[in-house]
Design a protein around this ligand. Sequence first.
Ligand code: LMR
Length: 334
Amino acid sequence: MKIRAALAALLATGLVALAQAAEPVVIKFSHVVADDTPKGKGAARFKELAEQYTQGAVKVEVYANSTLYKDKEEMEALQLGAVQMIAPSLAKFGPLGVKTFEVFDLPYIFDTAADLHKVTAGPLGKKMLASLEPKGIKGLAFWDNGFKSFSANRPLRAPADFKGLKLRIQSSKVLEAQMRALGALPQVMAFSEVYQALQTGVVDGTENPHSNLYTQKMHEVQKHVTLSDHGYLGYGVITNRKFWEGLDPTLRGQLEKALADATEFANGIAQEENQKAIDAVRASGKTEVYALTADERKALKKALLPVHEEMASRIGKETIEAVYQETGFDPSKF
Ligand code: LMR
């Protein structure tokens, strides 16, 4: 009898253990943009591949549009382990105290996406991701969005047009300096609040890649968009370090593969998604989309380049120079 009871107990424990083993590992992936954006689509692809490669041992829950957390809270939630993955814009690493990332916010530091990729795919990018570790963060990949345009309810063609405008920015000292260099008044605000702030006139304008502008319907409350390409907005895909290192190594390898494939996908569609978005903005007829002439572009660039020098002591001169070297950018040419 005793043996039978012991066997039953053993069986019960075994069944519980089995049931536990079968419970999928849940990855909550939180982000602030719409599903229909390069980041939103990248997250959806990662979910699909992660679940497929791990044969269901991992379940990815994607929360778009700030449904779980807004900008700053998202980073804290990741560090606390309340979510396992996020992909904040590179601007959002500065406020975390990792100032080298602010180099990505410098106006006109990248002429093309290919220049940016020289940095993100090279040793500098790797070093930057690794520098997040003391913050309890494991940097996994860089995802593209695109170059930013300015928008407002008045045409923005020359630096003088920006004077006195309240322009929303992400929380970034570099973006603050950028707006001030144009005589504008930078207003830090969470992404999820921008549409309403534009609609009610709390701010006059903003900057963002077209996919963000269009999917948040900002063009419905902004009469003018200038194709300024004055700065780059992309993402760092990151995870909670303790969570990641605690994963079974086989599972982690499968997730790394899923992320590598999702990264290739996301970076492959970003440019096209932004093109489609600006085409849709044009087609809406609600906003005038203006392409700067070569001279206007030069004037804007001239007004903004001093921000590099101004921010050098903050970001680190060696980081800025390392980027110049990687891309061949020569500020003395302007
Ligand atoms: C913003 O706050 O403007 C962007 O970082 C939003 C995003 O994640 O693309």
